[in-house]
Design a protein. Structure first.
Length: 729
């Protein structure tokens, strides 16, 4: 049962009297927070009984998506809207909340409407009456209605899958395998009517439901925008832009210590993204194979940690950045390699695999064993082996052999270590072949606490991943690690083949690949990509997620945030809370925002008879005095409807004087307070700079506000004059 509704109803109704109607754009799972907000808003001692009927139309997010994305309004919805307009219905509350439509009646309190207008608010009753038939609609039905053609009554699977792709879910995702298999089966049953592609079929409701039902949980989550990046397509637009910026950067040099690396085109550039919910996006040369090189280091380290635990592993290898080159012939003061992300430490980790993790395995078995871990992490994507690179690595390995001997001399290795086998194993790990696509899934598995997002297989324990990410954070980009941790603030690992594995813990993994390297051995485009990413998004470990920031947070639901702000604003106006309105204004909020039905703060303040709020909105916020809601009502109509004669008089007078006020002229710069401003500390008066005309209605305190006809630019200027960087103002 939809538990939130009665609470919401009781809470809202004071504010919903009149023609109040509000759309709450909330996904599932947010009921608690919303209810709390609303309870606060309702904590008003002035409530008096109100028996207005409240209709609650609960639209699913799918309905909204359908409208917003596919321009597919649906006749029923249109008819409903026009009939509501004719009836000029009493208070309506739309909750875009779940797949239900409910009607129920106000049992809360609030002042009564004028007698003469009471007939507009006739339907009184006290019950909660869910529309059962709607309640029974399941996700498959909703999806069908969302995509089906009104003419044919069939759903185009091509369109459906394209819609799914915009959420980040690909046709090849293992989590929709059953859907794709079912589609092929239906195609076969229909004698391949639509030609070679099963995806171009048009299905009826029953077939569609049967086809999608095995994967409906994931699909419903996708279309409800319940993934970690809800608006995935707008996020990927940013990635495309960053990609293009980096593409233009042609600096850096190819690694040339082996011919296979020297042969790469310096123009190759690919970026793949995989979120912890398995949302995928790729751009550029993402299928081009390259060898893992140092990007294998965190992975072998993870296997060693998983099998031996951190105590054993770190009795052989340290956790400190070396401050030296990745292949420097140096050990720390304990005669251990500094960390597992540089060559010495990685060779040491290989010895642990060889001597401690799988002492009974042959070299060939350990190779297979390691590869199977990599494969599981990548969700079965492309992991292979490049023998030419392996042979070249082994040939050009004087420094690595030197490191091996130096460590053996210093007794760094566990007993029974066969150095030759260890060195070969290290070169084999470096020579594993992959591509950006596969590596982004590996990075995402690290971001996801060791669980592969696409297969949902638990590959590593979360503690292992925490340790791996910690070392990547401090030591992942060779001798640039300190600067990288400072600037980008995320765990990453680069490799000499041009790879950059970036992990945004609990959010996503990104793999950027481009062969040209800087002098420290890091991919030039990869580094630029990371810089630009964290300057756009608040992904840096120490970015503040709560307070004002000029960065985007793609984890948040754009409309959810906006919807909640509107709700807060409208509640403030409806409850006559001028202090809250001032706070909204000072935090830079657009006070002219309207809800789904075009109802503004001014409508609600007027319908509730809050003259101070009305004055504040017009005089201080310079909101237009005559916005029309979806029924064509002005704020003054609301005030009239509910017999708030003082508000009616004020609004009429304002409108009258606005007519006469010349548009170009505004008052001189004023720094003053209105009645509504009395609570402001004396040093925080708002300065509004205009020139010319006075307000049509000077406030009692003598405030001369700008004309209500001031242009949008004027009102923006007045808001901009407040220092938005000080949220506490
Ligand atoms: N194969 C390289 C080496 O051992 C790997 C190092 C790297 O990617 N920086 O020298």
């Amino acid at each position: 049962m939809f538990k939130g509704v009665p609470t919401l109803a009781n809470l809202n109704l004071r504010f919903l009297k009149g023609n109040s109607r509000i759309a709450l754009l909330l996904p599932r799972g947010k009921a608690t927070a919303t209810s709390l907000d609303l309870e606060d808003a309702n904590a008003n001692p002035n409530n008096t009984p109100n028996t207005n009927k409240i209709n609650v139309d609960v639209y699913s997010e799918e309905d909204l998506l359908k409208r917003a994305k596919f321009g597919h309004t649906g006749k029923q919805v249109q008819q409903k809207i026009s009939s509501e307009k004719k009836l000029r219905t009493p208070p309506l509350l739309n909750l875009v909340f779940a797949n239900r439509k409910l009607s129920f009646y106000d049992t809360s309190s609030g002042p009564k409407p004028c007698e003469e207008n009471a007939k507009l608010n006739q339907r009184r009753n006290y019950s909660i009456r869910p529309h059962r038939e709607q309640e029974q609609r399941n996700a498959e039905d909703v999806l069908f209605d969302m995509f089906a053609s009104e003419e044919t009554g069939l759903i185009s699977m091509g369109k459906f899958l394209a819609g799914l792709k915009t959420t980040g879910i690909r046709r090849t995702d293992p989590r929709v395998r059953e859907l794709m298999d079912n589609l092929k089966k239906v195609h076969k049953l229909n004698n391949y009517e639509t030609g070679s592609s099963a995806e171009t079929q048009h299905l009826n409701r029953e077939t569609f439901k049967a086809v999608v039902s095995p994967n409906i949980v994931l699909i419903a989550k996708a279309f409800r925008q319940q993934f970690v990046i809800p608006d995935f397509s707008s996020f990927t637009k940013d990635i495309e832009e960053i990609y293009a910026n980096c593409k233009a950067n042609t600096s850096g040099k190819l690694a040339d210590y082996i011919p296979q690396l020297a042969r790469y085109s310096p123009n190759l550039w690919g970026v793949s993204v995989c979120t912890v919910d398995g949302q995928r996006f790729s751009i550029g040369d993402v299928d081009e194979p390259f060898t893992l090189q140092s990007c294998s280091k965190p992975l072998t380290y993870a296997i060693a940690l998983e099998k031996l635990g951190p105590k054993v592993v770190h009795s052989f290898v340290g956790q400190e950045p070396s401050g030296r080159n990745f292949n420097e012939l140096v050990l720390d003061q304990n005669k251990k390699p500094h960390n597992p992300m540089i060559n010495a430490g990685a060779i040491l980790t290989c010895s642990l695999m060889n001597a401690l993790v799988k002492p009974d395995m042959t070299s060939a078995e350990i190779f297979d064993y390691t590869m199977s871990w990599f494969k599981r992490l990548s969700g079965g994507e492309y992991i292979s082996f490049n023998n030419a690179v392996f042979l070249s690595e082994r040939e050009a390995a004087d420094r690595n052999y030197a490191l091996g001997f130096y460590m053996r001399e210093n007794k760094c290795f566990p007993k029974r270590t066969n150095l030759k086998e260890v060195m070969d194993y290290y070169f084999q790990c470096c020579s594993m072949e992959t591509n950006c696509e596969a590596m982004s899934v590996i990075a995402a598995s690290l971001a996801n606490g060791g669980i592969c997002p696409t297969t949902e297989e638990k590959v590593f324990r979360p503690e292992v991943i925490r340790d791996v990410l910690s070392i990547m954070h401090s030591c992942g980009t060779y001798d640039y690690s300190g600067q990288f941790a400072f600037k980008v603030g995320l765990p990453a690992k680069t490799g000499v083949s041009g790879g950059m594995m970036l992990v945004i813990p609990n959010v996503m993994g990104i793999f950027a690949w481009s062969p040209p390297l800087d002098t420290l051995g890091n991919t030039v485009r990869g580094l630029q990509f990371c810089d630009e990413l964290v300057s756009r998004f608040n992904f840096h470990r120490y970015d503040n997620l709560k307070h004002l920031s000029n960065k985007k947070d793609p984890r948040k639901h754009r409309y959810e945030t906006k919807g909640l702000s509107i709700v807060n604003l409208l509640f403030s106006a409806a409850s006559g809370d001028v202090t809250a309105l001032r706070r909204h204004r000072l935090s830079g909020m657009d006070i002219t925002l309207a809800d789904y039905d075009g109802r503004t703060a001014l409508h609600l303040a007027a319908s509730e008879g809050h003259l101070e709020c009305v004055k504040f909105l017009l005089e201080q916020c310079h909101v237009p005095h005559n916005p029309k809601d979806r029924w064509g009502n002005l704020p003054v109509d609301e005030a009239e409807n509910f017999c708030h004669s003082d508000v009616v008089e004020y609004l009429k007078s304002w409108a009258e004087k606005s007519k006469d006020a010349p548009q170009e002229c505004f008052p001189e710069a004023v720094t003053t307070t209105t009645e509504a401003d009395e609570e402001l500390p004396t040093n925080t008066t708002t300065s509004v700079s205009h020139s010319g005309n006075t307000s049509p209605i000077p406030s009692e305190s003598g405030f001369r506000s700008p004309s209500p006809l001031s242009s949008e630019a004027e009102s923006t200027a007045s808001v901009a004059s407040v220092d938005k960087t000080k949220p506490g103002l």
